[in-house]
Design a protein around this ligand. Structure first.
Ligand code: SDX
Length: 428
């Protein structure tokens, strides 16, 4: 294949270099387009055909259903690694030695205390505030208590901001949930691991010694790993664009949390459970909901189905579906919602509308069934997604800053009024 792309506009032919990634993906580098053509730009709503950056962090193949973090397959990482190890891999590029991982975790523990004044901010929220809105606000508020995290030009400043947020974010997640339940705001313990601490802070009751259930610990570990990164999705692109203005890490993450909240993105895991509950209340009539999903006049979508990149099974959904069976079985839970989900999946996989559009279950379709079995409230499901995606956001923000990427500022095609002179109000 030639290493240039040719573009014909009118009488003129323009040439642009082709670049190829390590997995043989090819892109047209149009950095010179406006200058060469006297102002012509491309347009691509939703960026369905547009790459925003070159990145060495995560590789997806949507046709083959492949997902790898720094070259390691999601199947192996979900099976053999733990979440903190995967966080280190994503952020720093290599699986850590024991010494490296121990130092990373000790630095995180040294930074896992949150200024008590943050509790005043949590208290100001109504009890029924959605936890994603609370979490986004608290994450941004962290900047006020940690100003050094903003101007991070040195790798050392960056590392300090990273261990701060890796330590404080789980506390904010736990406190957000506990506040809703009217429970006291606790801390973890240096004697526990990263995920065990999350469990203790989230689930510990004030009048009992918290026991770590290994089934729940393994399930949360696996779910967090599966959510850890996903290349240039909506929320990660948001983190990158906000960070490209040299806004601090915490402000960039706060923006990413807001983007993830949307039901078309991370908010889908909550929407899936609400949809499955509605179907159950409706006597399990999946056919009615399939009909609604296909009806162009009906805004209803089959939540947890479809994906911008995966036009085959989302590999994470496959793993989570198996884990859902295992966790519910291990915990002795019979949840009719799981059977409804499986029935819906089977129907969709055999339905011409879904098959033609290559709509398969995505990461959000089964995850909520496990979260529910673990006793996590439905409005906290997307917060769990954010907890998993934290190291991915951090790694992408760090890569963008280290590569000194330019500020993100897209162009447009103007379709408004041409010039017209101002008219005084008494003449209108
Ligand atoms: C995540 O990008 C990432 O990597 C995201 C994520 C990550 O890890 O960061 O993987 C996490 O966000 C997973 C997706 C969670 N969202 C949902 O489950 C919400 C339901 N799904 C959809 O809204 C939709 O599939 C999207 C948003 C996920 C993808 O939308 P696209 O790529 O913009 O596709 P589209 O909206 O243009 O749909 C193409 C066609 C349309 O029909 P036609 O106009 O061709 O007739 O498929 C239809 C859509 O109407 N369609 C659906 C559908 N999803 C797409 N029809 C019914 N139900 C659905 N779920």
């Amino acid at each position: 294949m030639s290493d240039i792309a040719k573009l014909q506009i009118g009488e003129n032919t323009y040439e642009f270099p082709l670049i190829q990634g390590t997995e043989k993906e090819t892109a047209i580098d149009i950095a010179s387009l406006r200058g060469a053509t006297g102002g012509v730009v491309t347009i691509d709503p939703g960026f369905k055909n547009t790459g925003s950056c070159q990145s060495a962090i995560t590789f997806l193949d949507g046709e083959k259903g492949i997902l790898r973090y720094r070259g390691y397959s999601i199947e192996e990482l979900a099976e053999k690694a733990d979440f903190l190890e995967v966080a280190y891999l994503l952020i720093f590029g290599e699986l850590p030695t024991k010494e490296q991982l121990d130092k990373f975790y000790n630095d995180i523990l040294d930074n896992a205390i949150v200024d008590d004044d943050i509790k005043k901010i949590i208290d100001a929220f109504p009890k029924n505030a959605h936890p994603m809105g609370v979490l986004s606000s608290l994450t941004s508020a962290l900047t006020a208590f940690n100003p050094s995290s903003v101007n991070v030009d040195s790798e050392e400043d960056m590392y300090n901001a990273i261990v701060k947020i890796m330590g404080k974010f789980p506390v904010l997640v736990a406190w957000t949930m506990r506040k809703q339940k009217g429970l006291p705001l606790h801390y973890g313990s240096r004697k526990l691991g990263y995920v065990e601490n999350i469990m203790k802070m989230m689930f510990e009751k004030p009048n009992e010694e918290y026991e770590i259930n290994p089934i729940i610990k393994d399930a949360i570990d696996k779910l967090l790993i599966l959510h850890a990164d996903h290349e240039q999705n909506c929320s990660t692109s948001t983190v990158r664009v906000v960070g490209s203005s040299h806004a601090g890490l915490f402000a960039s993450l706060s923006a990413g949390i807001s983007a993830l909240w949307g039901p078309l993105h991370g908010g889908a895991n909550q929407a899936v459970l609400e949809m499955l509950e509605a179907i159950k209340e409706d006597g399990g009539d999946t056919k009615k909901y399939m009909g609604k999903a296909k009806d162009k006049e009906d805004p209803f979508r089959l939540m947890g189905f479809g994906h911008r990149v995966y036009k085959n099974f989302d590999p994470r959904a496959k793993i989570i579906k198996v884990a859902a069976d295992e966790v519910l079985d291990d915990l002795g839970i019979q949840d009719p919602i799981l059977d409804i989900a499986k029935g819906l999946e089977q129907e969709a996989l055999n339905d011409e509308y879904f098959v033609k559009r290559k709509l398969y279950p995505n990461v959000d379709f089964y995850s909520g069934i496990i979260y529910r079995a673990l006793g996590i409230p439905v409005e906290m499901f997307t917060v769990m997604f954010a907890l998993g995606r934290l190291p991915g956001w951090i790694s992408q923000w760090r890569e963008m800053r280290l590569r000194k990427e330019p500020i993100g500022r897209p162009r447009q095609v103007y379709t408004g009024e041409n010039y017209r002179p101002f008219v005084k109000i008494n003449k209108r």
